[in-house]
Structures are given as C-alpha cells and as structure tokens.
Write a protein that binds this ligand. Structure first.
Ligand SMILES: Cc1cc2nc3c(=O)[nH]c(=O)nc-3n(C[C@H](O)[C@H](O)[C@H](O)COP(=O)(O)OP(=O)(O)OC[C@H]3O[C@@H](n4cnc5c(N)ncnc54)[C@H](O)[C@@H]3O)c2cc1C
Length: 465
C-alpha cells in the first residue's frame, strides 16, 4: 500500500486530465471546479459510496465575507477571521497560507451557491469557541450528510466519472519526478491503472490508521476514532516517498463530547451557552470555552475517561436544532431530572458535589469573576431546573497535519519547488491548526476541504495547462 512506481509511461485502462483520489468534500469540490474548467475528471473513491468524514461531520464551514452573511446582516471581516485562526493556533501556522485560505473560502461558498445550487445559511444564535463573529455556514439540513449529498448531486450533473470501490494503492512518478497517474485496486482484486495529466490528493489524513496515530499523536492512540475508516494516511506516505513536506503531523481535531456508549456527537453549543462538564466526582475540570478539540484530552484524563455534559431544558431546545442531538435523545442518551440531587443519583455522581459545582457557577456569575480555569459565567445563561445530563467521552475526529501546498494547492517539495501535476486539499494537505490539538478552531477541517478543493480544481498554473 501507498507505493510509488517510477515509470516514463503507463499502460492505462483510462486516461483523464484530472484524477482525484478521494470523494469527500475536498474531492467533490475539486471535481466541480476542474470539470467547469473543461477538464475530463475521474474521482477514485475506495468506499462503496461517497461519504468520507464529511458525511459524518456536522457540515459547518466557517467563512467571512459571503453573500449568506450579508443576507443575514452579519458583519465580519477576513482580518478578524485570520486573527481568530492565528490566536487559536498560537501563531504556529503560516500566516500567508492562512490568508490564502480565508480569502478563498467566501468565493467558494458563493460559487457553490450561485453556480451549483448549494444554498448556505449562517448559524447566528450562538458563537462557536474562539470565533469572534457568526460565520458557520451550513446547508439547509445542517448536517455533513446534507453537504455531501448536495455536492454529489452537483458533481453528477457534470461529466465527472465517479468510481467507487477504487482504492488507490500506488502513484506513478515520471523519471523527472512528476506524478503521471495512479494504480487502484478493485473489490474483486483487479488492478487498474489511470493515466492523468494531473492528480489531486483528496484522501484526507491518517485518523483511521492506528499505526500512524500511535506514531504522531500517541496521546490518542487508544481513543475512539470518530472519523471515516478509509482515511489511512496514503497522502502522507506517498508524500514522504516523493520528497514532499508532511507538516504538523501532531496536529488534530479531537472532541470532548461524544455520547457514550451511544457514539453520537453532542453539540458543543450547549457548553458555549451555559452548559458545563463534570467528571464522575461531580466536579468541573477545565474551561469548556477554550474549545472542544483540546477538551478531548481533558475528558480522557478523567476517571473512566468519562465526563457528563450538564445543561437544562433551555439548552435542550437549542440542542434539538441539531440532528445528532435529536438522535442522542431518541437513543436515550439524555437524562432529565428536576433537581441536581436527582440528576446526580440518576447518572451516578456525587450529589452534594454536583450541587456545589452548580452553586459555584451561580456565585461566579454574580461576582463576574472568572473561575480557576479562566471561564466566565453569566447570569443570563445559568442553568435552571429541570436539568439534563449526557455521559460523554473524548474522541479523535480527524488529523490536521498533511502535505505543504502553495497558493494553487500544488504540493511543495522539500527544496521549495512544487510538483506541477500533484495537488492536495482537505485533510491531505497541511491544515491551519498548527502542531497541537488546541490549535483547532471550529470548522478548520471543512475550511481547507472546500477552499483548497476549489483552488486545486480550478488551478491553471500547472505545467500541462
Ligand atoms: C464527527 C465529526 C464532525 C465534524 N464536524 C465538522 C464541522 O462541523 N466542520 C468542519 O469544518 N469539520 C468537521 N469535521 C472534520 C471534517 O469532517 C473533515 O475535516 C473534512 O470532512 C475533510 O474532508 P476531506 O474531503 O478532506 O476528507 P473526507 O471527507 O474524509 O474524504 C476523503 C475520502 O478519501 C477516501 N480515500 C482515502 N484514501 C483513499 C485511497 N487510497 N483511494 C481512494 N479513496 C481514498 C476516503 O474513503 C474518503 O471518502 C468533523 C469530523 C468528524 C469526524
């Protein structure tokens, strides 16, 4: 797997202008753009259907300066968005790269809406952690499944060939060092070769590869992986072999709020609007407002790797805006009780400790002082009976490290030059979160999937153009 074959020609079953490896948000966006530019396009997807982590995600894409924001009278700026990304990653990502992506993403959202009938609206009833403005864009379903279905429908209206059950195992490299196609394995074991003038890596990161997770992010080696199993890290493995620059491989998105044992994401909006997390002892252990990504590590450090999201019926209503939350309720993950003591008894935590934790939040809200973890409480969002709880654990969602690319999403070489015919987007490319779990600003995943997918797809700066 993840081999590289040096050859000056390929005996190929098919020849296309643009081969895209992976059919998630990045690959489908790239396909739309490449097809629009007049290229013949083939998407090779190892799964039997188009899903990827995109379909499993909440489908929220951050962007500043879109028509959707303007239609909802939301003021925002690209500088503010860049500031939020760089503050979260503690200035560890390349600012020029971040600017390229932030400048691109509103164009991509508007283009998907105007040219491909994929409507977006902005979630404007709460702010995601460390975002200074309302800028999370969603399709009407407000799900990743809705996003991928709409992208797939748009791609199906073009001449793009979508080949599922096609696991790309090897890249073909010309003797002068450029990628000229790939080889894939079909479910019946048949091997097929595809010759391509250019190749776009849209095969995400390595979250589904336990060996690579143990190597690059050892703190998550035993954690639940909540992304798509097809993400095995081939982009990085090929990149290592051909002289590309895998970067920030220790960066990733975790999440501290996966209902356990139900395995359903419980929206972090609950925490941002007044909810708290306690451990089995009924005590808080962190500032929930720093971000859900690093909270994965905090939750996994608690007894039995367990926490409880504590909220109330007001937040229960907010949660019901999300399909995942409704699923969690239907599956019995949400426990409701009239008092802290009753709730504590039902979830098996110390009642007096939980009561003390809630009282402390009320005192802090009154005084305006931050708590020992730095969180500020507000009287407007204090929890009131009846109370709710969901048992959760921490999980690995996706990796953020990947190949360095230039402003056209062309893969860079270690010597600073670029591959003329190799591109990377989405989780295959280096993200904008830096090398640490705490650098992930909500939405950084789909941000690079859509923005770099669009750039890679419509790139006219490659040698064969
Ligand atoms: C539960 C969850 C919630 C999330 N919510 C959000 C959110 O709201 N906002 C956000 O920005 N991000 C979110 N993310 C992250 C987001 O899902 C990813 O960053 C994004 O989907 C990456 O898109 P992609 O196209 O690069 O990868 P994917 O969507 O994973 O697509 C990659 C595809 O490549 C295929 N593939 C891999 N290797 C090969 C190969 N060798 N040959 C052929 N095919 C291959 C895979 O099977 C897969 O279908 C979430 C992630 C999870 C798990």
């Amino acid at each position: 797997m993840a081999g590289v074959i040096v050859s000056d020609s390929i005996e190929a079953e098919i020849e296309v202008d643009c081969l895209i490896i992976g059919g998630g948000a990045a690959g489908l966006t790239a396909a739309l753009a490449a097809s629009e530019a007049g290229e013949s396009v083939l998407i090779a997807e190892r799964d039997t259907q188009l899903s990827g982590s995109t379909a499993l995600s909440s489908g929220l894409v951050p962007a500043a300066g879109t028509k959707a924001q303007a239609a909802q009278s939301i003021s925002d700026s690209q500088d503010a968005f860049i500031g939020d990304i760089m503050a979260k990653n503690k200035n560890s990502a390349d600012p020029d790269y971040v600017r390229t992506i932030v400048t691109q993403i509103p164009k991509t959202i508007d283009w998907l809406a105007d040219s491909h009938s994929i409507p977006f609206h902005v979630l404007d009833d709460f702010l995601y952690p460390s975002h200074s403005h309302h800028r999370m864009h969603a399709v009407p379903e407000v799900t990743g499944q809705g996003l991928i279905t709409r992208l797939e429908q748009a791609v199906s209206a073009t001449d793009t060939m979508i080949v599922t059950g096609a696991c790309v195992t090897d890249l073909f490299l010309s003797p002068d060092g450029d990628v000229i196609g790939a080889r894939c394995e079909r479910p019946d074991g048949a091997i097929e070769a595809i010759a391509a003038k250019r190749t776009i890596l849209a095969c995400n990161g390595y979250g589904g590869n336990p060996e690579l997770v143990a190597r690059y992010i050892p703190e998550m080696k035993d954690a639940l992986y909540f992304g798509h199993p097809g993400n095995q890290g081939e982009a990085i493995l090929w990149g290592e072999k051909i002289g590309a620059v895998p970067t920030h491989l220790s960066g990733y998105q975790g999440h501290g709020s996966v209902a356990h044992p139900h395995g359903i994401l419980v929206t972090w909006a609950l925490m941002m609007e007044g909810g708290i997390q306690v451990n089995l002892e009924g005590r808080r252990f962190s500032n929930e407002h720093l971000g859900y990504s690093e909270q994965a590590v905090a939750v996994l450090a608690q007894p039995e790797q367990t926490a409880f999201n504590i909220f109330d019926s007001r937040l229960q209503q907010l949660g019901r805006k999300f399909e995942d939350f409704r699923n969690a309720e239907e599956n019995g993950a949400v426990i409701v009780a009239d008092s802290p003591a009753e709730l504590a008894a039902r979830i098996g935590v110390d009642g007096s400790a939980l009561e003390a934790t809630l009282r402390k939040a009320a005192t802090l809200a009154e005084s305006g002082e931050p708590d020992g973890f730095g969180r500020q409480f507000s009287a407007d969002t204090l929890l009131r009976a009846p109370y709710c709880a969901v048992r959760v654990t921490g999980a690995l969602f996706h990796t953020q490290g990947g190949l360095l690319v230039d402003e056209h999403a062309r893969v860079k070489r270690a010597d600073g030059s670029v591959f003329d015919s190799l591109f990377a987007c989405g989780g295959a490319a280096c993200g904008v979160s830096g090398p640490d779990v705490s650098g992930y600003l909500s939405g950084n995943g789909l941000l690079t999937a859509l923005a770099l997918g669009h750039l890679a797809g419509c790139c006219t700066g490659w040698a064969g153009a």
